[in-house]
Design a protein. Structure first.
Length: 284
């Protein structure tokens, strides 16, 4: 009997850890806006008492904090410390900062760095350009299903075909509900076009006048580490300029990939997505 209780306790403890870490990740998706308890409960699928208990545990650890006025939840100081410590190994943003500054300065348009998290892409950084008319479809911290947006599409197009199908199947309900112009068949067509052109193109599929192009950044084994993208109004994204921007981005991608090669490579099982390829894929 004692052995059975011990095993049950261990499983419950493990389940609590898994749920708490899932909540930590979920809160991070709300970015600077913070997450309201009602939204966290709804998106987590947990009941309110359990959610609140786990959030309090994360607050005690310093991984989360709650604003006293709005009662919204945010990543805490300890999450920042852990992230800072991790940058020496996973420091893609630090490596890419100079490239983002160069691209926005050279083109006057806004550039972005995105990474994959599970079946989604998250914008890590937005570098503003100086052109007076800007697009606001993507902000740092925003999360979109893979294939939605130029950088997100570039990451998805860099994956193996069977992995792409698994991602699209997992995201289909969300795509149909929130991005009806980007159902899986359309994304498949966009992937085919991206591989043919050598860059991913978002021709205003999220906002009509907001266009973007993206290129994947790869590790040495071919897996996508993230993506650079540039967004501009449609009049600044005509075909000739698309090629110019893609050429500029391709040069910066090569610089970033060369710097990444000096970092310790990721080991199997350390990536966030169960669908990331372990095989090298041809650059497109």
């Amino acid at each position: 009997m004692e052995q059975k209780v011990s095993r049950t306790t261990g499983l419950n403890g493990s389940q609590s850890v898994d749920r708490a870490l899932s909540l930590l990740s979920l809160v991070s998706y709300f970015g600077d806006q913070g997450g309201a308890l009602s939204n966290i409960v709804e998106q987590s699928g947990l009941n309110k008492p359990t959610t609140r208990r786990l959030l309090l545990a994360l607050i005690r650890s310093g991984l989360l904090e709650q604003d006293r006025l709005t009662r919204r939840y945010y990543l805490g100081q300890e999450a920042y410390v852990l992230g800072t410590l991790a940058t020496r190994r996973y420091g893609l943003l630090q490596i890419a900062r100079d490239s983002l500054s160069f691209l926005s300065s050279k083109t006057q348009d806004t550039s972005f760095l995105s990474i994959q998290r599970d079946n989604h892409a998250v914008c890590l950084h937005r570098e503003e350009g100086t052109y007076p008319i800007r697009t606001h479809a993507l902000q740092a911290g925003y999360r979109h299903p893979l294939g939605v947006g130029a950088g997100s599409l570039a990451i998805l197009a860099a994956m193996e075909d069977d992995e792409i199908e698994a991602v699209l199947a997992a995201n289909e309900a969300e795509l149909l509900a929130e991005f009806p112009d980007l159902a899986p068949p359309q994304i498949r067509d966009d992937i085919a076009s991206a591989r043919e052109m050598g860059f991913a193109l978002n021709p205003g599929r999220i906002l009509p006048n907001s266009w973007g192009i993206g290129l994947a950044i790869r590790y040495q084994d071919g897996r996508a580490a993230g993506a650079l993208s540039i967004a501009a109004i449609d009049s600044r994204m005509q075909p000739a300029r698309q090629l110019e921007l893609a050429a500029l981005m391709r040069g910066e991608v090569k610089k970033i990939e060369a710097r990444l090669a000096h970092l310790q490579p990721l080991k199997d099982g350390q990536c966030g997505s169960p669908f990331q390829s372990q095989k090298a894929t041809a650059a497109w």
